[in-house]
Design a protein around this ligand. Structure first.
Ligand code: NAP
Length: 273
């Protein structure tokens, strides 16, 4: 499936498969192991996890057992949003590396600019402190790229003003009706890849009548149109499912939405969340 093997190229030249498999809320153990295995069998070559998801070890084991050569799978994991010190970042990276047991990480992200219990609070100094550790890890070859998640323009400006390496990627909540235009434009202007998490709005889009009408024209599902929409916008979708048929379906997105239908989906801005 081209959508699974085509890549985006990040600013450092690293190729990243255009669709990633999301693993948030998939419990560690058999569920995360099986879902990752099903995704790899279906041809996904990019898996998104996080220390906070608690399932890195199961994801890593599924990758090791899959028979897919390690260098053909792109693995992203994340520093917990609550950790804003250099020592904490170093130790969390080691913990993630141990959990995954896959050697070099492909992309390491700051999970969010603030702890989840205090969204929007000011951690500019902590983010710079942590980012300097990310630069060390990158320079040492322990991760092949570094990035951020849930960063908005002021958060990005703070890093750019006070550190050396421009993030290679910014993973943000991005779906039809929630396209984060200011952050996406800033990313584009600074050669930061935008990854879109929750491309189905964590399921919230699935009953949308407007999207359903458009999907019917292509004989596709709402989920497939929702995922395709990100690809049309050069945003990297990270759909999650534990259902094998849906895991496969979410990668069957090699169709093209017409300009008219994209405009109709653009017009849903602000209505879907
Ligand atoms: P999502 O991909 O937007 O939606 C997942 C939901 O949709 C699940 O309930 C899934 O059900 C259902 N679904 C998936 N494919 C479907 C299909 N073809 N037809 C019908 N239903 C379908 O959800 P998400 O988990 O919020 O986001 C995806 C990934 O983004 C996460 O797993 C994670 O990797 C990443 N993420 C990152 C952050 C961050 O802060 N960086 C935050 C949230 C998410 P079943 O599983 O039951 O099939």
């Amino acid at each position: 499936m081209p959508a699974l093997t085509d890549t985006f190229t990040m600013s450092n030249g690293l190729h990243i498969p255009r669709i990633g498999f999301g693993t948030w809320q998939i419990p560690s153990g058999a569920e995360a192991y099986d879902a990752t295995k099903v995704a790899l069998d279906a041809g996904y070559r990019h898996i998104d996890t996080a220390l906070a998801y608690g399932n890195e070890a199961s994801v890593g084991k599924a990758v090791r057992d899959s028979g897919v050569p390690r260098d053909e799978v792109f693995i992203t994991t994340k520093l917990p949003a609550e950790i804003k010190t250099a020592a904490g970042a170093r130790s969390a990276f080691e913990e993630s590396s141990r959990n995954l047991d896959l050697g070099v990480v492909d992309l390491y992200l700051i999970h969010a600019p603030w702890p989840w219990s205090a969204i929007g609070t000011d951690h500019r100094e902590g983010n710079v402190e942590v980012w300097k550790v990310f630069e060390e890890l990158y320079d040492a070859g322990k991760t092949r790229s570094i990035g951020v998640s849930n960063f908005e323009v002021p958060d990005l400006e703070n890093l750019l003003a006070n550190t050396d390496v421009v993030p290679h990627a910014n993973q943000i909540r991005w779906f039809i009706g929630n396209t984060q235009d200011a952050t996406t434009a800033f990313d584009r202007d600074h050669d930061i890849l935008t990854e879109g998490y929750s491309p189905l709005a964590t399921g919230g889009l699935l009953e949308n009548a407007e999207i359903r009408d458009i999907a019917a024209k292509y004989d596709k599902s709402v989920a497939q149109v929702a995922i395709r929409y990100l690809l049309e916008k050069d945003v990297l979708p990270l759909p999650k499912s534990t259902t094998p048929s849906r895991i496969a379906q979410n990668a069957e997105v090699d169709f093209v939405l017409s300009a008219e239908d994209i405009a109709a989906l653009d017009a849903l801005e602000g209505t879907t969340d």
